[in-house]
Design a protein around this ligand. Structure first.
Ligand code: HEC
Ligand code: HEC
Ligand code: HEC
Ligand code: HEC
Length: 374
């Protein structure tokens, strides 16, 4: 493998070295498709295929991709804004005209009939989470609305918080034998799928608190509201909603930050409260109307609709967002993780992919990869 890449690079170097001089004279604005084809066949074919389809997983299809996007990508590899060692070497050896030519060539090819796309099974994290949730139904309710005092409602809870909470039982940071034995074998994608499913359910108000005075609790809750929201619905995916939660569970959980549960923020605020204060605050939050956090998409298609505003426009040459239907699935996964984790630069895309867990990224990538390319 190493050898063949090296071979390609040497070839590319030799080839590009001699085309450069001619091209500076051409200075055409529009790419020369025939010249692009010659270059592609010599330099790109081993990886991007004769028909512009990636020859192995994680190599993107270039056929029928937007010309402007292809050109921009090559420039980004060249100037280092996008990092990939092999492409940087290749792009560095290309002149502006080479890039325009090869971009025009690939953009003009018909969408590559992707053999892989037929094998891609679209996995929906939501459906997966729903199936896994059957194990939790006995105690937390089928839709995450628990009825037993002491067992928290999961419906409408903030998704990142749910993941963190489940992991705590996993690691045994939060002791509860039943919860631990259930969590032991689940992998990370499963956990995220479960969290997504429960977060998307509609929470139902629990039984009225048996103890405490909501009116006395309200002013005390002021110091909690900055994080948990004035009425117990937080706007931060990592901070749990408290509104309408089971009172017995809330009281136990709040008190546990004075002893066993570790969280710097919470410990500071709870340390100075006595049991009566806590009962009053809990009574206040438990009697608030529960509400699911915003923007919990329940299906991949719902998310994809947002992506399509930029990615699925009828062809306008000015559109900078690449086409994704029929693209290689592994490549899409890598690209999205790259944006999310700050390894690939793009303010727009970073903002889009940041909230997305690996489970959603997997679902989105498999959805786009399984769609026929246009
Ligand atoms: C050694 C294999 C290899 C060769 C040869 C190669 N590429 Fe690539 N190409 C890749 C891989 C792998 C990626 C994905 C890199 C990444 O994650 O950024 C890629 C990505 C690209 C992209 C970005 C596509 C997108 O959807 O963002 C463009 C454009 C591209 N290559 C053009 C070319 C051109 C033009 C040539 C020939 C001059 C070429 N490549 C030669 C492997 C190769
Ligand atoms: C045998 C009953 C039982 C089963 C089955 C069960 N749980 Fe629990 N769960 C509990 C109880 C009780 C608590 C409260 C524990 C405590 O007080 O710390 C809890 C707490 C939790 C919490 C913490 C909630 C919060 O607000 O911090 C999460 C998250 C959770 N369970 C997820 C799950 C998931 C996911 C499943 C299924 C895979 C599941 N549980 C199965 C009884 C159960
Ligand atoms: C600085 C921000 C902040 C403040 C202020 C704050 N909390 Fe929290 N709270 C958090 C975070 C973050 C978590 C999740 C911590 C964890 O994972 O253990 C949390 C967790 C909780 C939980 C556990 C919920 C569950 O489902 O298990 C309860 C109950 C709670 N807070 C009550 C309170 C109360 C009552 C106050 C005011 C006295 C308060 N919090 C003040 C940030 C805050
Ligand atoms: C506001 C417009 C906009 C929205 C909305 C948007 N994108 Fe993008 N996307 C872009 C642009 C522009 C690029 C090219 C960025 C670059 O050059 O790295 C891009 C690049 C990408 C790439 C890299 C593709 C490749 O061939 O390398 C992927 C994957 C992607 N977006 C997925 C998504 C998904 C999934 C969503 C929805 C969750 C989404 N995008 C929403 C504008 C958008």
């Amino acid at each position: 493998m190493k050898k063949s890449i090296l071979g390609i690079l040497v070839l590319a170097l030799a080839l590009l070295g001699c085309t450069e001089k001619k091209d500076t004279a051409v200075k055409a604005m529009k790419g020369d498709v025939a010249a692009g084809k010659a270059l592609a066949e010599k330099t790109c074919r081993t990886c991007h295929g004769a028909d512009g389809g990636g020859v192995a997983p994680a190599i993107p299809h270039l056929a029928a991709q937007r010309e402007r996007y292809l050109l921009a990508s090559l420039n980004e590899y060249k100037n280092g804004k996008r990092t990939h060692a092999a492409l940087r070497d290749i792009a560095t050896q290309m002149s502006e005209a080479d890039m325009r030519n090869v971009a025009a060539y690939f953009a003009g090819l018909p969408a590559a009939p992707s053999a892989a796309a037929k094998d891609v099974k679209h996995t929906s994290p939501y459906e997966k989470g729903k199936a896994l949730a059957a194990e939790c139904a006995k105690c937390h309710g089928e839709d995450g609305n628990a009825k037993t005092p002491g067992t928290p409602t999961l419906a409408g809870q903030q998704p990142h918080y749910l993941i963190a909470a489940i992991l705590e039982y996993h690691r045994d940071d939060r002791k509860l034998t039943t919860m631990k034995s259930i969590m032991r074998d689940s992998d990370r994608l499963d956990l995220e799928s479960l969290a997504l499913y429960f977060a998307a359910q509609t929470p139902v108000q629990r039984a009225a608190p048996a103890r405490g005075d909501p009116a006395a609790g309200e002013p005390l809750s002021a110091m909690c509201g900055g994080c948990h929201g004035a009425r117990g619905v937080s706007i931060d995916a990592a901070t749990p909603n408290l509104a309408g939660q089971d009172a017995q569970y809330l009281a136990k959980a709040t008190k546990s930050y004075r002893t066993t549960r570790q969280n710097w923020g919470m410990q500071r605020y709870v340390a100075g409260l006595n049991d009566k204060d806590i009962d009053n605050i809990v009574a206040f939050y438990a009697s608030q109307q529960p509400k699911a956090g915003d923007q919990i998409p329940s299906s991949i298609q719902e998310i994809a609709a947002k992506c399509n505003r930029c990615h699925d426009q009828e062809d306008s040459p000015s559109m900078a967002a690449p086409k994704m239907r029929g693209q290689d699935k592994d490549y899409l996964v890598m690209a999205l993780r790259g944006y999310r984790d700050g390894k690939r630069e793009s303010t727009t895309m970073h903002n889009m992919s940041f909230p997305y867990s690996n489970a959603i990224i997997e679902g989105l990538a498999s959805w786009y990869a399984s769609q026929p390319a246009k």
